[in-house]
Design a protein around this ligand. Structure first.
Ligand SMILES: [Zn+2]
Length: 96
């Protein structure tokens, strides 16, 4: 039997900010490959991913509690994580 997703319940993902589970489409994905983080606008980047609500509050929360480090269980330089949070911030500002 083939897997078809059209009528399937949307997968839920946990936010690295508020730690609540939400529908994947309501969230940003951040992918990690070779120790680098990519803001994954289309959800198609290879590698492990963590999710963040499309909310400035969650971005701020995740930033304060090092959500990316916790989510991926490893450390990143401040430049790398700040670039991701900044990108997420811009993404929300553009959507407004
Ligand atoms: Zn959240």
């Amino acid at each position: 039997m083939s897997r078809h997703r059209s009528n399937a319940t949307e997968p839920m993902r946990r936010c690295i900010g508020c730690m609540e589970s939400k529908a994947k489409s309501q969230m940003y994905r951040i992918a990690m490959k070779d120790g680098n983080l990519t803001f994954d606008a289309n959800g198609k980047e290879p590698g492990r991913g963590v999710y963040l609500c499309k909310s400035k509050e969650c971005i701020e929360t995740a930033r304060k509690k090092n959500g990316l480090q916790r989510g991926f269980k490893r450390s990143f330089s401040k430049e790398i994580t700040e670039a991701i949070f900044k990108r997420a911030d811009e993404e929300i500002s553009n959507a407004e």
